[in-house]
Ligand binder design. Sequence first.
Ligand code: FPP
Length: 240
Amino acid sequence: MSEKRVVPKHVAIIMDGNGRWAKQRGKERYEGHLAGVESVRSVVRGAVRNGVKWLTLYAFSTENWGRPTAEVEAIMQLFCRTVMNEGESLAKQGVRVLILGERTRFSEEVLEMIDRIETTTAEGSRLTLVLAFNYSSRRELVLATQAIARRVADGEISVDDIDEELVSSSLMTASIPDPDLVIRTSGECRLSNFLLWQASYAEFYFPEIMWPDFDEGAFEEALEVYCHRERRFGKVLDES
Ligand code: FPP
């Protein structure tokens, strides 16, 4: 009897290594990001094909504003162009796009594109693609803490009402399930301010390849690794 493969409901990816990929080829860093968009397409296809319901991609961290202006500008332009070009195709594949992060510091054009992609794809029900854009987990936790403190100060809730559920529902990810699998490409093994609360019980996978080389096959491999992991959530598995 063939066993059904366990597919993670939510895969979150730190797309790392675009700059190094480009440098290794004597190209500008921007070209690494450009090549990275192709990997985004492949992974979205792979997620839809395999029945993954949520896919979160760390596209731009709050800290990324500290990069050279030209690179920040290039990533913003790439985001706008991708949203312009891919909206319809994503909608056809049944993909709904959500943008996760603070809607601050963006140009009018980027804000318009965010609005456009979320509207164009709102009906998608096969996969939700969450693009973390101007996102940082610590900032998210600070904002949630402020929101909760305000509710206590206003007498709406008491300190004893604060539990895990309330914290989770006060985060920007309130409507998004916790990730089951977190992938970071390029061989780096850290979270870099990504889903710190949400990834508490996630499985981690750190393939050595750079993001532009991460294709559908590499995504399949990650799913294969995941299905052999034993998740215990701090408990002991029944050995009977
Ligand atoms: C990390 O590689 C990558 C980024 C900070 C940007 C990722 C952006 C894209 C793939 C394009 C835009 C995204 C979408 C969804 C349209 P790095 O530059 O830190 O690489 P390095 O560590 O080798 O320098």
